[in-house]
Write a protein that binds this ligand. Structure first.
Ligand code: HEM
Length: 488
């Protein structure tokens, strides 16, 4: 048994000793859970019961944690001592999406190396011209909407943006969803994660025995997405046959090259199904997370015209009259555009719940956790705790800017514990897409503030947080107004 506690002899608690919200016999807390509001329910119980606590799905206890230090430790002790929550792998496997995110052990290590390389800083730097093109298409779409006085559903446009970027970078193909109105792959992708959420939290896997209309729709979407990926794979093979020089040029090609080689340690080489699963993983992992992080930033900007003015001036200083940030090197002058998004996700965490299971019996804090105990880490409490972030409920992007600079905004000296911001995870499984995501934040938000002022088209209090595997806004309608600048 391993221990995470450093204290001397303390009486151990068992999982059954942890506080639990009152539930029903046999069902436990099942009827109090709603998959789409899961993070909100878990946060409320954490406030009432403290942490760790447990809730019961039938006879299965699920333990809930909010302590950053413990979770940092768990995240670092992967893949050998902890794994992701097992139902995630089972549900994604059934959907043909068991790639890097859900794989464990040796399969995880092989895929991790390939994906890390594909999303590395040098690769993103080399990809900048395409990133810039795609951001210009987003600009064109928004200019048209501003001209016509249309309200823009930002979650939709931003997902088109992130799908185009991810496909172009990882698979060498740009689906150009930003230029089309309907029939885009993203319409199918967006059905998948909410279904994953519902299924991993279900008491009984009913869909294996009968299908509801929503399950049939999901099947249609999975089929469409698998067909799409297969066609992409076939085209990549053709390109590689026609032009075998300088391979591999992207993740898809790297996986296809790997397929030609004998498996590591004499094992089987990777299969088409594994490649397909990884392609889908990257698409799903790169789409919502980044798009919704950017979308959650918008109400904070809309509520603060002075901040918008400042951001507009800053964007103008760096970008000038270019349509988007002109080159990769200049991105480093756009720190504030990353900070406005990171600060928004501190208050509105897209990764609201992280889940784990120990692979052996462990002691965590003073609790004995048998192998396989289900564990959820709820992210927001630590990020809105004054011990970690001074004046925690206040939206204050300047807290993320380097000390010394921006002294005029430094009224908030005080707690700033970046270890409590676990939106990209930590340790060996830390998000491999975080650099790409922050580049997208900088590019899209600096273009937005250089070109437009924004207003929310509905009362922001009416925008709901929805647990859909990631934590997404149910809508983000925005009115864009072209900035008028005095001629120089
Ligand atoms: C703001 C945007 C994003 C957020 C908040 C985010 C968040 C996360 C989190 C919390 C994890 C789990 C980390 C852990 O267990 O320690 C993760 C893993 C992952 N992310 Fe991201 N992510 C973002 C963008 C992206 C992008 C753009 C890509 C790829 C294009 C990506 C690909 C992945 C993959 C493949 C994994 C699984 C890594 C593994 O298990 O080894 N993510 N992400």
């Amino acid at each position: 048994m391993s221990t995470a506690s450093t204290g001397s002899r303390i009486a151990l608690r068992q999982v059954a000793d942890l506080p639990c919200p009152r539930g029903l016999p046999l069902l436990g807390n099942l009827l109090q859970l709603s998959p789409t509001r899961l993070h909100l329910i878990l946060e409320r119980w954490a406030e009432e019961l403290g942490t760790p606590y447990r809730f019961q799905v039938g006879s299965i206890p699920i333990t809930i944690w909010t302590d950053t230090e413990l979770i940092q430790q768990i995240m670092r002790e992967r893949p050998h001592r902890y794994r992701r929550y097992q139902p995630i792998e089972a549900v994604l496997e059934e959907m043909g999406c068991n790639g890097l995110f859900s794989a464990e052990g040796a399969a995880w290590e092989t895929h991790r190396r390939l994906v890390m390389q594909a999303l590395s800083i040098p690769n993103i730097k080399a990809f900048y011209a395409t990133l810039s093109d795609i951001t210009q298409r987003l600009r064109t779409r928004w200019l048209r909407a501003a001209e016509r006085g249309e309200t823009v559903e930002m979650t939709d446009d931003l997902k088109r943006y992130t799908v185009d970027v991810t496909c172009a970078l990882a698979f060498g193909e740009d689906p150009r969803t930003l230029e089309r109105d309907h029939g885009v792959i993203q319409e199918h992708l967006e059905r998948i994660l909410p279904s994953v959420m519902g299924r991993i939290n279900a008491l009984f896997p009913y869909w294996r025995y009968f299908k509801l209309p929503a399950d049939r729709k999901l099947d249609e979407s999975l089929e469409a997405v698998h067909r799409y990926v297969d066609a992409m794979m076939a085209r990549a093979r053709e390109r590689m046959r026609d032009d075998p020089s300088e391979m591999p040029r992207n993740l898809m090609e790297a996986m296809l090259v790997q397929q030609q080689q004998p498996g590591e340690h004499g094992g089987a080489p990777i299969t088409d199904a594994q490649i397909r699963a990884n392609v889908l993983t990257i698409l799903l992992a790169g789409e919502d997370t980044t798009a919704d992080s950017i979308a959650w930033t918008l109400p904070y900007l809309a509520a603060d015209p002075a901040l918008q003015t400042h951001l507009g001036e800053e964007a103008q200083r760096v970008i000038g009259n270019a349509p988007v940030c002109p080159d990769y090197a200049t991105l480093k002058e756009l720190d504030i555009f990353e900070a406005i998004c990171i600060e928004a996700t501190r208050l509105r965490p897209v990764a609201a719940v992280h889940s784990f299971e120990p692979l052996e019996d462990v002691v965590l804090d003073d609790v004995a956790l048998p192998k396989g105990t289900r564990m959820f880490f709820v992210a927001r409490p630590a990020m809105v705790d004054a011990k970690n972030f001074v004046d925690p409920q206040r939206y204050d992007p300047w807290r993320w800017m380097r000390k010394g600079e921006h002294a005029e905004h430094a009224e908030h000296a005080g707690a700033h514990d970046v270890r409590a911001y676990l939106q990209f995870g930590a340790g060996p499984r830390v998000c491999p897409g975080r650099h790409l995501a922050t580049v997208e934040m900088r590019l899209a938000l600096s273009m937005l503030m250089n070109e437009f002022t924004i207003e929310m088209a509905i009362d922001p209090a009416k925008i709901n947080e929805v647990s859909a595997f990631t934590m997404v806004p149910d809508t983000m309608p925005v009115k864009l107004k072209k900035r008028v600048r005095a001629a120089v």
